[in-house]
Design a protein around this ligand. Sequence first.
Ligand code: BGC
Length: 372
Amino acid sequence: MKAIAIIPGTKQVNLVERPEPKISAPDEIKLRVLRVGICGTDREEVAGGRADAPPGQKELVIGHEMFGQVVEVGSAVRSARAGDFGCFTVRRGCGHCSFCLADRSDLCSSGDYTERGIRRRDGYETEFVLDQEKYFVPVPPELVPLGVLAEPMSVSQKAIDEALRVQEARLGIGDSGSGNAWARGKVALVAGLGPIGLLGAIALALRGAKVLGLDVVDKESLRPKLLGQFGGTYVDGRETQPSALANYFEQIDLIFEATGVARVEFNLLAALGLNGVYVLTGIPGGDRPLQLDGAALMRQLVLRNQAMIGSVNAARKHFEAGIADLAQAQKKWGDAVNQLITHVVPYASFADVLEQHPENEIKAVIEWDKPH
Ligand code: BGC
């Protein structure tokens, strides 16, 4: 079968031949890959950045945002049958830290975790993939057009879950999990209206927050337009500095960052209100030093009781919550949600989306097959 592989640390990316995987244990599920989304991590990998091949291998098959259809299951599998749709999660635990032992490899504390398509495990840019049932998350057939958004949505869901839990724990409210109790009526600023930001905006709007979305594109372009359809208000970062946002909106209760630009990530703090919570998902590249007024920043965090949280990857429950939100969003906003997927290319044209970044892109995906 065909697969897209890189040699980590170089700019080499090739279509290679790999043996088709075969079920060899009772708890395994084999999927035909339908679509795989491309994100900043994939582009960093093909540009020679952060990526590790599996031990003893020179190449790494890339791809971690996958959606597929079950072709075969092992004899002990109960949650899936041939023909079902779903995806595999990304991270695999170290098997020895307390977080991984509690099925929270997204919080792995030993650092020995692996990630499919990113770190020491082959990914999903290929025709067939196989993994254990515990890593399979079902997607209902009516969500097939959005199934490839399950992984980026899981990343947004975890970040929001972390932020809302902090606020609910402070107030001693909520049913520790839904996040709805605190979010309703709060002002949430989403910075960076790429896929993670827009999916975060959807999740926050569904929880009753008033969403502001910050980016540096024209207000007539697709990202602000979709934000508006999801009930959000666009703020053009070229015209309004984060520090000036307080003049327009009395209190920003939550900031969801998805820009991946270190300078912006720090500047955003100026917009955060009293007792606010700030969750970051962007992973800045490069190592350019940054000059900051450290004392003022620390003073602000302390005197305003602010919480700043970094969030990466996601647990199974975040995939499930994300799929439920996508279903709700599809009912509420219909085609606007489908428009998040702006580019679909056949696998042979992978270079068009891996080595380029079209101006009007939100989510680009590689198509391996159509649903059967
Ligand atoms: C992926 C995460 C992963 C992270 C760090 C992101 O692009 O969506 O699943 O944990 O990269 O490697």
